[in-house]
Design a protein around this ligand. Structure first.
Ligand SMILES: [Zn+2]
Length: 384
């Protein structure tokens, strides 16, 4: 039986976990090999609940990221309140079923007005999961002298995070400077989609690092993607700037592997994943997250950070047991939440996966999982 709590690998030690009153009452050393591994409930630091579950009704006419952006834009006519509520709820429940305690969803914000998805996402809840909203605002709209302050005021009032998509934009440095000033004025944290492509002149992350230092925002700025770092000859210099500025980076394995170097009738040669090992070695906190789920950006998958750890381990040659923080404690800290490590006296919110160690636990996607919330085992194995 792989789901009992008598031989559990926690932080490198085999222990017996005793639960009482919804908390971890004791963790005592156990003799013999582990039967399961355990981690705190996971964090999905970067998803798009407004876009998920649209793959069946969308079709990209062009390959790659910009084809997906066009296909998604064409679908927005169908984003009624009913449609959004159903898909956002399904996405959040999907994350909960995969053991999430904290989810950050970006919300497309392409016009000056508050998007309907922002409001709907503020109303949807799933028990045991905290949902953060990050405004993914067009850089031109957010950098606008009239619209920018209004949007920042709204996002701050709603407890949200401010962000934008940056890819080789004309005048992006001017706009970005205004975005940082807005964040400083409104006490907002920032989360950018940046350099999501394989052009060596996609260097938005350098500008973000510089502005983060300039505004003293170390630990308050998260970047996503930075695919161009995988091909830039001066990546080492950019990574050093990111580390010095106190930036964190989320790598999105499924979406990057799916969209980068995509061309009809031709197999991809470049894989588009930012160099996780070099980033962490330099001092950049690296996270992994689900990003797109069954939409034009990535037509498969589930909201499952553990699956992202498995995929990152394979594609970036990582030892998974050494990167657990990327979907748990590090991710919580970067998102401004208190990390919730497994420890005696703490709430019994954790997940076990069958296996003697992390390699074994991730060897088989069907390895049994059990999710504990306040000491109650809520589900086992994969949920639909
Ligand atoms: Zn994204």
């Amino acid at each position: 039986m792989s789901n009992d709590l008598t031989h559990v690998l926690v932080d490198g030690r085999v222990v017996q976990i005793t639960l009482a009153g919804g908390r971890i009452a004791a963790m005592t050393p156990a003799v013999g090999p582990a039967r399961s591994v355990a981690i705190p409930l996971v964090v999905d630091a970067h998803v798009h609940l407004d876009k998920c579950f649209t793959a069946h009704r969308t079709r990209a006419e062009k390959p790659g990221l910009f084809g997906a952006i066009e296909a998604m834009a064409a679908d927005k006519a169908a984003w009624t309140e009913v449609d959004l509520r159903a898909r956002i709820t399904r996405g959040l429940q999907d994350a909960a079923a995969h053991g999430a305690a904290l989810v950050r969803s970006h919300v497309d914000w392409t016009e000056p007005a508050v998007p309907l998805a922002w409001s709907v996402m503020g109303e949807v809840a799933a028990e045991g999961v905290h949902l953060q909203r990050a405004a993914l605002v067009s850089l031109e709209v957010l950098g606008d002298a009239d619209h920018g302050p209004r949007i920042a005021t709204k996002v701050a009032a709603d407890g949200g995070v401010l962000g934008s998509f940056i890819y080789r934009h004309a005048n992006y440095a001017d706009h970005l400077g205004r975005v940082f000033r807005l964040a400083a004025e409104h006490g907002l944290t920032l989360d950018f989609h940046v350099d999501e492509g394989l052009d060596a002149d996609a260097v938005g992350v350098d500008e973000i690092a510089q502005l983060t230092r300039q505004h003293g925002m170390a630990g308050r700025v998260l970047c996503g993607h930075a695919c161009a770092l995988s091909i830039r000859e001066d990546a080492g210099r950019a990574i050093a700037m990111m580390a010095e500025a106190g930036l964190a980076l989320t790598i999105l394995p499924t979406t990057n592997l799916h969209l980068q170097d995509m061309a009809p009738g031709r197999s991809p040669r470049l894989r588009g994943l930012a160099p996780a090992q070099e980033l962490r070695a330099a001092g950049v906190t690296v996270l992994f997250a689900s990003d797109n789920v069954r939409d034009p950006f990535y037509p498969y998958g589930t909201h499952d950070p553990l699956e992202m750890l498995r995929l990152a381990s394979l594609t970036l040659h990582l030892d998974p047991g050494d990167w657990l923080g990327a979907i748990t404690t590090d991710a919580a800290r970067v998102l401004g939440a208190a990390p919730a490590p497994l420890a005696v006296g703490r709430p019994a919110d954790f997940m076990t996966i069958g296996g003697a160690d992390w390699r074994e636990a991730l060897a088989d996607p069907r390895a049994p999982r059990r999710i504990y919330r306040a000491g109650m085992a809520q589900s086992q194995g994969y949920a639909a």
